[in-house]
Design a protein around this ligand. Structure first.
Ligand code: UD1
Ligand code: CA
Length: 452
């Protein structure tokens, strides 16, 4: 077997999840299960990975923008899913296909590589694992130690098949295309579920005289399937432990690691420090010496070394530079860039805005679509009014400008370098460099006011 492709089965609804969302999009540490399976296949299969989608396929397609999809319009079972994918696999020139369930988020590139290496010589190979309680998994049936077939849990009859040894089908197969082509039309649906089972290929292949290999993976957790909320939580716990252990061993400091949830796609340098409870998801990068305090939620962000993200701060698709201080209670939305040594304090929200080096916005502000120069001071309660109900406009604030408290900057507007705005101003016109602008009613003191 040389030219091989991979096929991920991801068309099922996942009835046992009691959710509208396709099961493979349920998340583990912030990432859809399908993403883990695809990441594990990438090193071995590169571009030659196909995904069978069906139930709410448009959502699955959205989640994998560059995926190669096959549609299984009606979900008639895993064997039917493979059958529907055969034309695409054939067109890709595959001589053999690795099929994997899309609900196996713990699978790793190493598991795939080792399986493929061991499966090479067989016409059909599948991975088996051993469970204390075989539950809903397909039971592996052997005769004199040799594989005889896989019998699905619902169809398993102890009187006929004997007491299960606990060896079950893991949902990972490698099969020669010519064999699959020959056998798939013979897979029927006369079983308890009325579905076409991919697992029936095993007995059919044996009947056909093909070489069938069960690759024993023992109690490897990497191939556990996720069918219910309980199993999802179990997988998440295993993965969390795996990731946090690797990070601790590499030199990342984690306080209360059991409460720190870090995506496998995040990259955290040794010497970074994170206190739980805390969530770091997506492709977040955290540099050495950065400190993330408790109750922060960080997604797809870049946090440079030596900065502090203080408690209860949310950061999404934003960049925090070296030496910056953010929080407590700050919110950095997509496109926020907090430059080196800048400060962002409590109840300050930034969106698509650059806070220049050493600039400060310490209290109660909204800064949207703003370019703020180095060393500027944004007073408490400053708002950039960037939206007129239809369009967004930009605000520019020069270096070392001083914006008095409770200022509204009605965009588009600019404030020059070293300019000062008096507190409580509503600024609608540009303020030149170095000038003082005050835009509020003059105070009138109206003499003594006597209460009756
Ligand atoms: C399947 C195996 C079982 C094995 C277990 C391992 C079959 C018949 N059974 O059972 O032997 O022990 O996995 O976890 O294969 N799917 C489709 N199209 C369909 C039906 C399912 O793409 O028509 C996809 C699902 O989205 C899922 C995968 O196939 O990702 C497996 O389906 P699932 O219903 O979870 O099978 P299990 O009952 O777990
Ligand atoms: Ca499953």
């Amino acid at each position: 077997m040389s030219t091989k492709a991979a096929l991920v089965l991801a068309a099922g609804k996942g009835t046992r999840m009691h959710s509208d969302r396709p099961k493979v999009l349920q998340t583990v540490l912030g990432e859809p299960m399908l993403a883990f399976v695809l990441a594990a296949l990438e090193p071995e299969f590169g571009e030659d990975v196909f995904i069978v989608a069906g139930h709410r396929h448009e959502l699955v397609e959205q989640a994998v923008p560059h995926g190669r999809f096959v549609l299984q319009q009606e979900q008639l079972g895993t064997g039917h899913a493979l059958r529907e994918a055969m034309p695409a696999l054939r067109a890709a020139g595959a001589e053999s296909v690795l099929v994997v369930n899309g609900d196996a988020p713990l699978v790793t590139a190493k598991v795939i590589k080792d399986f493929v290496a061991q499966a090479q010589k067989a016409d059909l190979a599948f991975a088996t694992i051993n469970l204390d309680n075989p539950g809903a998994y397909g039971r592996v049936v052997r005769q004199d130690g040799h594989i005889a077939g896989i019998v699905e849990a619902k169809d398993y009859d102890e009187a006929k098949h004997g007491v299960s040894t606990g060896e079950v089908n893991a949902g990972l197969y490698l099969v020669r295309m010519d064999l699959a082509e020959r056998l798939l039309p013979r897979v029927g649906n006369a079983n308890r579920s009325g579905e076409y089972y991919i697992t029936d290929l095993v007995a059919l292949a044996l009947e056909d005289g093909a070489s069938v290999k069960g690759i024993v993976c023992g109690n490897d957790e990497s191939l556990l399937g996720v069918n219910s909320p309980l199993e999802l939580a179990g997988a998440e716990r295993i993965l969390q432990e795996r990731i946090n252990r690797a990070l601790l061993e590499s030199g990342v400091i984690l306080h209360s690691p059991e409460t720190v949830r870090i995506s496998p796609f995040a990259s955290i340098e040794p010497g970074a420090e994170i206190t739980g409870p805390c969530e770091v998801t997506g492709r977040t990068c955290i540099g050495s010496g950065a400190r993330i305090f408790a109750n922060c939620v960080i997604r797809d962000a870049r946090i440079d070394g030596g900065c502090e993200i203080r408690p209860f701060t949310h950061v999404e698709q934003a960049h925090v530079g070296r030496g910056a201080l953010v929080g407590p209670y700050s919110r950095l939305r997509p496109g926020a860039h907090i430059d080196v040594d800048a400060h962002v304090g409590n109840f300050v929200e930034l969106k698509k805005s650059h806070l220049g080096p050493g600039a400060k916005a310490n209290h109660l502000s909204y800064l949207g679509d703003a370019e703020i120069g180095a060393g500027a001071n944004i007073g408490a309660g400053t708002i950039t009014c960037n939206y007129d109900g239809k369009n967004k406009f930009k605000t520019a604030i020069g270096a070392h400008a001083f914006i008095g408290s409770n200022t509204a900057l009605v965009a588009p507007v600019s404030v020059g370098d070293n300019a000062t705005i008096g507190a409580g101003s509503t600024i609608t016109k540009d303020v030149p460099e170095g000038e003082l602008a005050v835009a509020r009613q003059k105070q009138r003191n109206l003499g003594k006011y006597l209460k009756k």
